[in-house]
Design a protein around this ligand. Structure first.
Ligand code: AMP
Ligand code: MG
Length: 494
């Protein structure tokens, strides 16, 4: 892990350059004994970064925030946020550092950010650090999400710092390197809006437009159009979460990215048995961010974004911009519903889930709910059922009243699709994952990692890297949690 200065990274730091006053230049804390735990070589190469250089001494110094290479412009971003409905005017990067931006192989701009690199002016009472478990958890879940084809921030590296961090118990410290289309959040806009700094909100919005919706740049109606884009991206994202049974857990406005990527894997989890009211976060006592509430809460977050844009949409009279913003927001439920029908319909083998299919989809979900049946495996059992082997499905839904009736309507509906059962089974195979990051598997892998055994983490990630392809040797990764597992709780801010 030694080497000379090989970290030849071509940074192009637009955030630092164009948004002065909207962040604080900052540096990381030293890490006494950095050690690479996981390095995403495929992602590194996509970003034009040399994996060997990232693993060198200089690379590890960057990936822990200890010392930055030439061209980096490390900074802590300011943001606010509604947390569980209550407004917190100042949150910000309390333990994160934006290292800089690079352009990937596809010509897309990507942020490289560290999480757990030490205190910043936004740390409040926190230590600015991250513990090994949550770092690996975000790595595993984020990469699983990417493999499922769902927009998400990515994990480039997990590096142990050699330091002990103190939570309920002493824990090994680590830093996650996260890659994102940007780290602009609804809360970033709220920070400046709440301070009445309209010109800064405008700078931020123009920047966001250049970065995420460049075709809107310079248009007179760009702020309203940008709002519509942000709404469309977020609602499409949540529909995809719903289709794989993902519960984000802390959909606060500071965890809602303008890019439409899943961001901040804290107390999140995938459903085992289907329960629309499932909540995994220890701090979500009201069930505010339960599985089924996610579309409504996403819309609520987008309404907070809309508020910050009103003075840009109509500078003379922000209130007069309200009806147009309202209209954009009112479209959110239908955007979600259409995306949801498309994704859920595909899980049933439909080429295009139409409005008339909603009953068929909810009908199947009701069967699952009544049986507390495994969400992923029940959908996975549909393709074999269609092809004549109903044993798995009947086993999972053994007491479900109405299963036969539902199957009859489903088969009838599929007869209307061109391509017949074979095409339908193909669509189902592409929409129903075999492997998801099941909570008990993630926990077991993290426990092993605490004993310095990363083999289970690597093996789990191997299963999750091709979630739609059943492979020999990974049988155990399909199984739901044993009965004695749970209720599952996850914790954030750790
Ligand atoms: P999160 O719950 O991870 O979305 O974080 C909410 C806010 O708390 C953000 O402003 C974080 O930067 C901050 N935060 C979380 N953990 C820490 C920590 N250990 N030290 C400092 N700030 C933190
Ligand atoms: Mg956050």
């Amino acid at each position: 892990m030694t080497g000379k200065s090989t970290l030849n990274i071509r940074f192009d730091n637009t955030y630092a350059r164009e948004l002065e006053g909207l962040y604080i230049p900052w540096t990381g804390a030293p890490a006494p004994a950095p050690k690479m735990l996981l390095l995403n070589t495929t992602l590194a190469e996509d970003l034009g970064l040399d994996p060997a250089a990232l693993a060198s001494r200089e690379g590890l110094a960057m990936l822990t925030g200890t010392a930055m290479p030439e061209g980096a412009a490390p900074l802590a971003m300011a943001y606010a946020g509604h947390q569980f409905g209550g407004f917190v005017p100042q949150l910000g990067d309390g333990r994160a550092l934006l290292v800089g931006e690079v352009i990937n192989r596809k010509g897309q701009r990507r942020d490289i950010q560290l999480k757990g690199s030490g205190k910043t002016p936004f740390s409040r009472g926190g230590d600015g650090k991250a513990a090994l478990g949550p770092v690996l958890r975000e790595y595993i879940l984020g990469e699983a999400m990417a493999a499922l084809g769902i927009p998400t921030t990515r994990a480039l590296a997990a590096v142990a710092t050699g330091e002990t961090v103190f939570r309920d118990a002493p824990l090994p410290g680590a830093v996650l390197t996260r890659v994102a289309a940007s780290h602009l959040r609804v809360g970033t806009f709220q920070f400046f809006h709440a301070r009445g700094e309209t010109e800064r909100v405008r700078k931020l919005a123009d920047y966001a437009i250049r970065r995420h919706d460049p075709d809107l740049d310079g248009r007179a109606d760009r702020y309203l159009a940008f709002l519509r884009r942000a709404i469309a991206r977020q609602m499409a994202l949540v529909a995809q979460w719903m289709a794989v049974g993902f519960v984000h857990g802390v959909m606060n406005t500071d965890n809602c990215a303008i890019s439409g990527e899943t961001i901040d894997y804290g107390p999140c989890a995938f459903l085992d048995s289907y329960d629309p009211l499932a909540v995994f976060s220890s701090i979500d006592r009201q069930g505010r961010y339960a599985y089924d509430r996610q579309p409504v809460l996403a819309q609520w977050n987008l309404a907070r974004l809309a508020e910050t844009l009103l003075p840009l949409i109509n500078p003379e009279n922000p209130e007069a911009a309200l009806p147009a913003a309202q209209e954009a927001l009112e479209e959110a439920p239908e955007i979600h519903a259409a995306e949801w029908r498309a994704h859920m319909g595909a899980k049933l083998g439909l080429a295009r889930g139409a409005q008339a299919d909603e009953g068929l989809i909810t009908g199947f979900l009701s069967l699952l709910e009544g049986q507390k049946a495994d969400f992923t495996n029940s959908f996975g059992a549909l393709a074999p059922a269609l092809q004549g082997d109903q044993t798995r499905l009947s086993g999972l839904l053994h007491n479900a009243e109405g299963l036969e009736g539902w199957l009859t309507s489903w088969r009838k509906r599929l007869e209307q699709e061109v391509g017949g059962a074979e095409d339908a089974a193909g669509r189902m195979a592409a929409a129903n994952p075999v492997y998801i990051p099941r909570n008990h598997l993630v926990e077991a892998a993290l426990s092993a990692a605490h004993e310095e055994d990363l083999v289970p983490v690597r093996r789990l990630m191997e299963a999750l890297a091709q979630p739609f392809t059943r492979r020999a040797g990974f049988e155990a990764y399909e199984n739901p949690a044993p009965d004695n597992f749970g209720p599952y709780m996850t914790y954030c801010g750790t």
